[in-house]
Write a protein that binds this ligand. Structure first.
Ligand code: GLA
Ligand code: ZN
Length: 660
């Protein structure tokens, strides 16, 4: 278990480093991330490298038992480099340059930038690749932050054409797939092909989807060249990157594939009040990226803020967020940042300690958490998170629906979250998987908005159901092929046989709510829906629910098809929260998945296990005391006492139990 902090020695007088390191050690830290924005200090002018200061900082940190992770500094190309190659600067969709003066001001396809990247990464890797006090590397910082995935410069235009040539082979194939006959967009030479800069009206959806995929690939490739260099010069040092959770513009499955493990940056109080289901879902998605444990490389440790200061973590919240991460598979927690900076854009992005450098309540909370985790670490070693339910989360679907949301209320991640929340409230763990992952180990597969389907995906979903799985999918599924072209089959296209339905008519819903009546195993629930209404004709499926208003009153809205040993459930509309939960409960019951410990209690429960040992984390995300009746006998690993019957959690309180 690693536990530490992000530190910027270059922001502080060297005399202070030792004091900082002592305080870090006293906080039970054992790891520190450094240098990810320090290019100007590491290479003050072209080819002149100064690593002495970093050597000294690492020496001080190591002296106090703190191992080091080095971030490659490529998110902040220095001024001399930009002045030498102004084309490094990215361009927005208007073609305007996004200038020097903040960060992430580079285009990943720019050859000069790639050349300079290779140099600085290579120098760092050669210098620190065998350093016993350096345990790993972070590539760049938050790839794509500040909307920098999609660049519209000339270099990207050329790279996009090359990418398309590799994909399509012939221009004819590209023209056909995109349907460029529409609006006379036919290309007769590769050099004519555009990137989607600002136009009079909307771009071709085939082009847009390819461009989104291309732009994501360019970040993946850019990271790959850094990783290749790092691997060449390092031994026994891991390589990770700090992802941004639900950030939608990079296919994190692809970005993660080249890493040893993924990390992510978690700022729960950034978006107003923290939403526990959203946080849990993000941790689960991060674990799903590589089907492996992950780190939190930046865990919020104070009020966030650049120009505006966000609310302060409540006493207990930093500890709570730490345990939530650990409970869902984090094996490293690194707080952002150590001491709040006195200058620069992030003057108000508070760290563990304030500008004045004095340890106070947030420091003490972190320190306490660290001492608890030190004790728990040997037990956590080798434990894993195991689940029977998976949610399919695909960047391709997300992008296609971002290009054409179909209805203004439709947002891919929001719909995913609506389903996720049902499991979360029952304390049922969920894995996130990609469209080409193996589904077979799961009992329930929830795959909302399977907007684009290719034949093999349809076949594997059918196989999953045949062999006894319960599949739940929704409206706007089977609509398109993988190139973003609408199917010529009756909807839901490739999925029609599996679902046993045909959709001949649908209504993108602009009214307030449409009435819904579900009947699940004889139990009737009334409620409503919005966003989209498929009017379903059965082709073998049975109706589980109907509309109770609009011209489609009493038409099927939710159906179920029994196929082989399993079931394929189709939800043709966006049900309200209660009805969504009813359908999920039904799917769980049919699949034989039981609800988790303390389901619906408002206490979040997550489990890490190894062989017969189960470590149960109880988390209270509220500012109210919570009690719950626990079935069975447990040992509290925090207080070394036996717990049975009533368990009490203080506001933002945490309990870690081992089944007795
Ligand atoms: C991100 C970055 C950090 C820092 C924080 C606060 O998470 O990775 O470098 O900028 O945001 O803005
Ligand atoms: Zn570019």
């Amino acid at each position: 278990m690693y536990f530490g902090v992000d530190y910027y020695p270059e922001h502080w007088p060297e005399e202070r480093w030792e004091v900082d390191a002592q305080l870090m050690q006293a906080a039970n830290f054992n790891v520190v991330r450094v240098a990810e924005f320090a290019w100007a200090k590491l290479e003050p002018s072209q080819g002149r490298f100064d690593f002495d200061w970093l050597d000294r900082a690492i020496e001080v940190l190591n002296k106090y038992g703190l191992k080091v992770i080095i971030g490659t500094p490529t998110a902040t190309p220095p001024k001399w480099l930009i002045d030498k190659h102004p084309d490094i600067l990215p361009r927005d969709a208007d073609g305007h340059v996004r200038g020097f003066g903040s960060r992430c001001h580079y285009c990943a396809t720019n050859e000069a930038y790639q050349w300079h990247t290779d140099i600085i990464v290579g120098e760092l890797a050669r210098h620190y690749g065998q350093h016993p006090g350096v345990i790993g590397w972070q590539t760049d910082n938050e790839f794509g932050c500040h909307s920098t995935v999609r660049c519209y410069c000339d270099s990207c235009q050329r790279a996009f054409r090359r990418w398309l040539q590799r994909k399509y082979g012939t221009l004819d194939a590209l023209n056909k797939t995109w349907g460029t006959i529409f609006w006379s967009q036919t290309y007769t030479d590769w050099d004519q092909v555009i990137i989607p800069r600002k136009t009079v009206a909307e771009h071709n959806p085939g082009l847009l989807l390819d461009y989104y995929r291309f732009a994501s690939d360019m970040k993946v490739q850019y990271q790959k060249r850094q990783i290749e260099i790092l691997r060449r010069h390092t031994t026994n040092q891991f390589i990770t990157h700090n992802l941004m959770g639900l950030f939608p513009e990079i296919d994190y499955y692809k970005l993660g594939a080249d890493l040893d493990f993924v990390s992510w940056d978690n700022y729960p109080r950034l978006l107003g009040s923290p939403e526990r289901a959203r946080l849990a879902m993000t941790h689960d998605l991060m674990r799903g990226i590589k089907k492996e444990h992950f780190w939190v490389m930046e865990e919020q440790s104070g009020p966030s803020g650049w120009g505006i200061v966000q609310s302060t973590p409540r006493p207990g919240e930093i500890r709570l967020w730490t345990y939530q991460a650990v409970s869902r598979g984090a094996d490293g927690i690194v707080y952002f940042r150590w001491r709040t900076c006195r200058f620069g854009t992030e003057q108000y992005w508070h760290g563990v300690i304030n500008h004045d450098g004095l340890p106070r309540r947030r420091y003490e909370e972190v320190q306490r958490t660290g001492s608890e985790l030190t004790k728990l670490a040997p037990l956590l070693e080798g434990t894993v998170v195991k689940n029977e339910v998976a949610i399919l989360y695909s960047y391709d679907q997300l992008w296609a629906l971002d290009i054409q949301p179909n209805n203004p209320r439709l947002n891919y991640a929001e719909v995913i979250k609506e389903y996720y929340r049902c499991f979360h409230e029952c304390n049922i763990g969920v894995d996130f998987i990609n469209h080409d992952d193996d589904f077979s180990q799961y009992k329930v597969l929830v795959a909302p908005l399977l907007y684009m389907v290719y034949p093999d995906l349809a076949a594997r979903l059918a196989g999953f159901v045949q062999r006894g799985g319960v599949l739940l999918t929704t409206f706007r599924s089977g609509v398109k092929d993988w190139d973003n072209v609408v199917t010529d089959k009756p909807l839901p296209g490739e999925l029609a046989d599996l679902l046993g339905i045909e959709i001949g008519d649908y209504d993108s819903f602009y009214g307030d709510r449409v009435g819904i009546r579900l009947e699940l195993d004889g139990e009737v629930s009334e409620g409503s829906a919005d966003t989209w209404c498929d009017i379903i004709t059965s082709r073998g499926a049975k109706s589980l629910g109907t509309y109770t208003s609009e011209y489609y009153t009493s038409e099927a809205a939710v159906t179920e098809n029994i196929v082989g040993e399993g079931r394929a459930i189709y939800v043709g509309t966006r049900l309200d929260a209660n009805l969504t939960a009813r359908v999920v409960d039904y799917a769980l019951a049919k699949a034989g998945v039981t609800k988790g410990l303390l389901a619906h209690s408002g206490i979040e429960v997550a489990i890490r296990e190894k062989d017969a040992m189960r470590l149960v984390f109880l988390l209270n995300h509220t500012d109210q005391r919570k009690t719950a009746a626990l079935p069975g006998r447990y040992i509290s690993l925090l207080s070394d006492t036996v717990v049975s019957g009533e368990v009490e959690l203080e506001p933002y309180g945490v309990e870690v139990l081992r089944e007795d």
